[in-house]
Every structure is written in C-alpha cells, then in structure tokens.
Design a protein around this ligand. Structure first.
Ligand SMILES: Cc1cc2nc3c(=O)[nH]c(=O)nc-3n(C[C@H](O)[C@H](O)[C@H](O)COP(=O)(O)O)c2cc1C
Length: 186
C-alpha cells in the first residue's frame, strides 16, 4: 500500500480549480507535520496555509513552475492550485532544519494524496513578495507546496541515457524519468 501511494504521489501542477480544499483536508495535511521526525525533536517548522481565492492568486504569481518545460508558463485559469502550504522557519534553515522540511513536505504530500489531493513542492518562488503576502513576523518562507485535485496524468519511467528532464507528451501526459534501483544502490 505504501508503494502504491508513493507511486501515485507525483508532482502535480495542473488541478481542477472547481474543487476546493475542505477544512478537514487542510487540517489533515498540516497535522502530518506533527507526526514526523525532526533533528533534536526541535519541531521548528511553522506552516502558513493559504486556501482562499484572492490570496491563492497572489501566491500563484510568486511561483516558478516546471523549469524543464520551456514552453509552458504554468497552469491556466481553471487549473491552478486551490491551496498552498508555506513551510516557514525563523531565519534561513540550517542543514538539519532543511532535512526536517523535506521529511515534512513528503509527509504532507502523502497525506494529501491519500485524500485524492495532489501537490507540488516549490523552491522557486519570489521570497520577498511571498513574505510580504503572508505577513508572518519573524518567519521566513522556505518551501511552498501547492494542492488541488489533479487534472493531469503523471507517470514515471526508467531513465534513458542519464537524462533526468521530465517532459510532456503530445497527449499532455507528464513523464518523469527515474533512476533504476541498480543506479541508486551503491
Ligand atoms: C526541493 C524541491 C524543490 C522543487 N522545486 C520545484 C519548483 O520550484 N517548481 C516546480 O515546478 N517543481 C519543483 N519541484 C518538483 C520537482 O520538479 C519534482 O519532484 C521532480 O520533477 C520529480 O517529479 P515527481 O515529484 O513526480 O517524482 C521541486 C521538488 C523538490 C523536492
């Protein structure tokens, strides 16, 4: 079951914007962060959850989508995220905190996917503008995760010739090359 969920938990960047996140969705996704490990059990991550139309639009404008898809500027109106979790810390994270954030992010994505909600992690965003939008004193945005009901198909495939670049085929299916087990076991 965990493998099935892991396989389904891809980075989705196009969503059905007609289906909002419920309060229960937001709570479940945020709560996942309570249950994960953290260095020294310090639990230094804070989450600003945005899932209201006007602020969603503002956060959307700060994001950089899919750098490898050169001809794509990001999702059109109607297929944009319906919510965002912004993972925040006091100042720039040290290495341990950066690891904590990665663990938390995947836990949130898995929790969301189990509820039929897809997501995508963003490190490419306009930092100052996002801080301004969120207005959380003393906290710095480190990672953004978008959420919504997926409106695209994403598949993984074995990597060919070491090419890690994901691509979209003529039918709009997003393909993600993954290294094989032989490649990663050393
Ligand atoms: C730390 C991190 C930063 C990422 N930043 C971005 C980003 O800024 N924009 C984006 O579209 N995708 C971003 N992604 C998503 C990756 O492109 C995605 O994980 C990768 O293509 C593999 O696809 P998969 O998640 O479906 O396995 C990021 C992922 C991670 C883990």
């Amino acid at each position: 079951m965990i493998k099935e969920l892991l396989l389904k938990t891809r980075s989705y960047r196009r969503y059905d914007e007609n289906i909002a996140l419920t309060d229960a969705d937001v709570e479940a996704i945020a709560e996942a962060v309570r249950f994960v490990p953290s260095a020294g059990n310090l639990q230094r991550i804070r989450i600003a959850f945005v899932n209201e139309t006007l602020q969603n639009a503002e956060v959307f404008e700060t994001l950089g989508f899919a750098a490898y898809l050169k001809d794509w500027r990001g999702p059109s109106a109607g297929e944009r995220p319906v919510g965002y979790a912004v993972l925040m810390t006091e100042g720039e994270p040290d290495t341990n905190l950066a690891i904590d954030i990665g663990i938390a992010a995947e836990a949130m994505l898995l929790t969301a996917m189990e509820r039929g909600i897809g997501g995508c992690i963003f490190r490419s965003f306009k930092r100052e503008r996002l801080s301004e939008i969120l207005n959380r004193d003393g906290l710095t945005p480190v990672l953004v995760i978008s959420f919504g009901r997926p409106a695209e198909q994403v598949v993984i495939e074995d990597i060919k010739d070491g090419n890690v670049k994901y691509y979209r085929d003529d039918g709009g299916v997003h393909h993600v090359p993954k290294r094989t087990l032989d490649d990663i076991l050393v």
